[in-house]
Design a protein around this ligand. Structure first.
Ligand code: COA
Length: 262
């Protein structure tokens, strides 16, 4: 699908975790479509680097530092971004944490770290942003994952967090539909060149084995996720809310069997 180059002109997109990875690609794509973008992350140096990178690409961009687990900090950066860029039209809840660990050896704090970043952090961003985005045409997109509906070894914390994110998204879609706000999740499968995949498939052998399990036979790209995020922010998605859009080359089908065609 080709999107109009001015699709998001005049719009403000606020992206948590937007200083790197998939979320930074989304920031670039939204900026290319004309949006003013705000990205937030925990690391000030990385935030400064992301802001420079976005501005060098021609974006009207602001990068701010906050931990999504801290409601006051999130509320503060949302206030600053609204002062700079105006009311929020698109919120992307992308901040996430992950590490592979067996549940029996994972500390409660380790489990909580991921649930608090992914789930509580998304709630904090939604709650703080709502007063600035409650209008018809506004939308919230969550970056979920296959783990939300596919149980995975060494991922008890991520499975719990992402399943929570998707169900929270649906509850908010019910509550905020009357204000004209749409909420949806993108559930990416294995995406190349991300910190998540580097952690979950850390060797070439593990990557090759993972690729074999994808019906489309390859990992996705960050740019492909960004295109789906743009679609969800576009008028083409005006009647889509409460949906979890799997974006995984068929990985989440979880089927099995021999392909007679080889
Ligand atoms: N295995 C087991 N436990 C781990 C771990 C690992 N690889 N990495 C961190 N933990 C535990 C820590 O031991 C700690 O628990 P403890 O206090 O009982 O020892 C707890 O998790 C919190 O660790 P800490 O480093 O203080 O957390 P943090 O808030 O700085 O980092 C993480 C959060 C752990 C999720 C970190 O991996 C992170 O920041 N990731 C962000 C980037 C990322 O993961 N991107 C991919 C997204 S898909």
């Amino acid at each position: 699908m080709t999107f109009a180059p001015d699709l998001l002109v005049g719009k403000h997109a606020f992206i948590t975790g937007g200083t790197r990875g998939i979320n930074l690609s989304i920031a670039h794509r939204f900026a290319k479509a004309g949006a003013k973008v705000t990205v937030i992350g925990r690391d000030a140096e990385r935030a400064a680097g992301a802001e420079k990178q976005l501005r060098d690409a021609g974006a009207t961009a602001l990068a701010l530092t906050a931990d999504v687990r801290d409601y006051a900090a999130v509320d503060g950066v949302i206030g600053k971004s609204v002062a700079a860029h105006g009311p929020i039209d698109v919120l992307v809840c992308g901040a996430a944490g992950n590490f592979p660990a067996p549940a029996a050896a994972m500390s409660t704090n380790g489990f909580k770290a991921v649930v608090e970043i992914d789930l509580v952090g998304a709630f904090n961003a939604c709650r703080a942003a709502f007063q600035h985005l409650r209008k018809p045409g506004a939308c919230v997109t969550f970056i979920s994952a296959n783990q939300a509906y596919m149980p995975a070894m060494l991922q008890a914390h991520v499975c719990a967090a992402k399943a929570g994110v998707d169900m929270m998204m649906k509850a908010l879609a019910m509550e905020w539909g009357g204000s004209g706000v749409r909420l949806n999740s993108i559930a990416p499968g294995p995406i190349a060149d991300t910190e998540g995949m580097a952690r979950l498939a850390s060797t070439p052998e593990a990557r090759a084995a993972a690729e074999k399990r994808v019906p489309l036979g390859r990992f996705g790209t960050k740019d492909e996720v960004a295109e789906v995020a743009l679609f969800l922010a576009s008028p083409a998605a005006a009647y889509i809310t409460g949906a979890v859009l799997a974006m995984d080359g068929g990985f989440g089908l979880g089927g099995f069997g021999l392909n007679p065609l080889g």
